[in-house]
Ligand binder design. Structure first.
Ligand code: ZN
Length: 245
């Protein structure tokens, strides 16, 4: 069978028997693909450094009959996140991107929009600033998955929320006005709603020069992660790690 060739982002690897690795790739060609890299621990020639998570690679693989896992033949590094210093903050941010892609993307379903988003955000994560690229990634993944609610009106009464306070709840979809908010709701500030609107019509690189401490868009990220976790029906490990940073 002919080898398939695709740009890909390495999401995860697990050791498997002796020197093999189980690798999850997010490929441009056909989305998430799981495969076995035989003797990957030994063969520097076929995989040298290319299987670190979040490495942007050119992957060569093939499918074997009646087998769920592909056979990963080789990978060439296009760009490695290890090329610049990996601080704890940056490593956690990269792990968060990998976890979101792994959890949200179905197997073997290509999405060029998600692939391009991932590459653009990884580009911004080469520096030490993490909160802006993470906010952008979470927002756009929520939108591209079809989970992002309308920000401009209350989902219950339909009143316009522009210029007034907006609230959300961990167990309910969408934003509501002050009159319709439930007990234990959180507020999504007008500033963060404005940031979201700007991010939805701009490229991530356009925010690169802005100073962006953790406090900026914090309520927006909390809101987005609640939406994503509600749809996934599970807690994201890296979300807890980011919270503590
Ligand atoms: Zn309302």
């Amino acid at each position: 069978m002919a080898l398939k060739e695709s740009e890909a982002i390495v999401l995860r690897t697990y050791p498997l028997r002796e020197s093999d690795l189980l690798v999850t790739l997010f490929t441009r060609l056909e989305g998430k693909v799981k495969g076995v890299a035989r003797a990957a621990m030994k063969s520097r020639r076929r995989f040298g450094g290319a299987l670190e998570p979040l490495t942007y690679v050119r992957a060569f693989y093939d499918d074997r009959e009646r087998q769920e896992l592909a056979r990963l033949d080789s990978c060439e590094v296009i760009e490695s996140p290890m090329a610049t210093e990996v601080s704890y903050a940056r490593a956690t941010a990269l792990a968060h991107i990998a976890e979101l892609l792994d959890e949200l993307m179905p197997d073997r379903e290509a999405s060029d929009a998600v692939f391009r988003l991932s590459l653009a955000v990884l580009q911004e994560l080469r520096g030490q600033a993490v909160w802006m690229p993470l906010t952008y990634f979470e927002l756009w993944m929520t939108r591209l998955m079809g989970f992002l609610p309308e920000f401009s009106e209350c989902v219950i009464c339909g009143r316009a929320l522009d210029g007034s306070r907006a609230f959300y709840h961990a167990l309910a979809d969408g934003l509501v006005c002050a009159d319709d908010k439930r007990i234990a709701s959180s507020e999504l500030s007008p500033e963060s709603r404005k940031i979201a609107a700007q991010m939805l019509r701009s490229r991530v690189s356009e925010f690169a020069e802005i100073d962006w401490p953790k406090a900026v868009g914090k309520d927006l990220r909390k809101f987005l992660l609640q939406v994503l976790e509600r749809h996934l029906e599970k807690k994201l490990v890296t979300a807890r790690m980011l919270e503590k940073m």
